[in-house]
Design a protein. Structure first.
Length: 349
């Protein structure tokens, strides 16, 4: 997947920070006797403590995600653990679709059945009805309940929606900015073991948290609905194609890749499929060039700034990629003699 290309090589340091051993005294200054894991955990706890005091949605959601590693830590107060922090975010951001998107992800973690909760879906549908990704969550719940009519109705609503937004870029940007609530020292950066700048560490840590903690089952829902569609069911095929097109045109690299693959499976040979192949080829070119810049994304401050500024301005992951490529003088369209690596990607949203 494209996001793996961008971030997989850079996650060793941030993963360490999230899985570090807990230290009971989170308010004390780091001592030389602390292990690097303890130093990083104390720093993360201090970040959470400060973010939890803020009254804005982005800070509280960042605290929720940063606190995920503390779920089973008996030394942490309940008020600073994800359930209480998420409840506060829901109160402060009652009318924020982003809050309920993160809530839905939390409800679908692990082996959850019939998720998201009905109340959560109702909030999302009332706040973001023109977002196909929201209706794909409704479709997923209906599929798990074996409610075929409700699943089909949700697919139709997704097809009629105006856009697709999985909030990846928005969440990464919010978490990147929120981590600056407490500046990171060079000693702490060295403790991460990451080959990155402070800004690069914050970016990769933000992406790692969002990738691992805010994964949604909507991609599985559309695959289940459309992969084995009856060729004679023109309405179903049309709705599947409409959703795939919205995913392809979204600002999410994951959704673009999945949307292209689904449309490729649905379209017959012809001009429209040829145009799709050209789009797929350009996306492959962009991702290959970005994979070559993966190290720079973390340790070159100018590259990190180009990415994060574009992400903050648009919330679109693809806009951030374009900004980095342009900053390096790399064309967004593949040269005529360039060919994507084999094998071709399969439809696995």
């Amino acid at each position: 997947m494209p996001r793996c290309i961008l971030f997989a090589l850079l996650l060793a340091g941030p993963v360490l920070a999230q899985n570090a051993d807990p230290t009971p005294n989170a308010a004390a200054a780091p001592s030389p006797e602390m292990t690097r894991e303890q130093k990083l955990t104390q720093f993360r706890h201090d970040q959470i403590n400060l973010l939890a005091l803020r009254p804005d949605v982005d800070s509280l959601l960042a605290a929720v995600l940063l606190a995920d590693a503390d779920t089973d830590d008996k030394t942490r107060p309940a008020a600073l653990k994800p359930p209480a922090l998420l409840k506060r975010a829901q109160t402060v951001g009652e009318n924020s679709a982003l809050v309920w998107w993160v809530t839905a992800a939390a409800e679908c973690r692990g082996n959850a059945k019939l998720c998201p909760a009905t109340d959560t879906l109702q909030k999302l549908e009332s706040l973001d009805a023109e977002n196909a990704a929201v209706w794909m969550l409704s479709m997923w719940r209906a599929q798990q309940a074996n409610d075929a009519p409700a699943a089909r109705a949700a697919l139709a609503s997704a097809a009629q929606a105006k856009r697709y937004n999985d909030y990846f870029g928005t969440l990464v940007s919010a978490l990147y900015e929120a981590q600056d609530v407490l500046p990171m020292s060079n000693d702490l950066l060295n403790a991460t073991g990451a080959d990155s700048s402070v800004a690069g560490y914050r970016l990769v840590n933000a992406a790692n948290l969002v990738l691992n903690k805010v994964a949604q089952p909507g991609g599985r829902a559309i695959a289940q609905a459309c992969r084995d569609a009856d060729p004679a069911d023109a309405g179903l095929l049309a709705d599947c194609g409409a959703v795939a097109r919205k995913m392809e045109l979204s600002g999410s690299l994951f959704a673009q890749n999945a949307g292209i693959a689904l449309r490729e499976a649905l379209l017959p040979p012809g001009p429209e499929r040829d145009a799709l192949e050209a789009r797929k080829r350009n996306l492959g070119w962009q991702m290959q060039r970005m994979s070559e810049l993966a190290g720079s994304l973390a340790n070159d401050v100018a590259v990190t700034r180009a990415y994060t500024q574009a992400l903050a301005a648009s919330g679109d992951e693809s806009a951030a990629v374009y900004a980095v490529l342009r900053s390096k003088g790399i064309a967004l369209e593949a040269p005529a003699d360039w060919h994507p690596p084999e094998p071709k990607a399969e439809f696995k949203p």
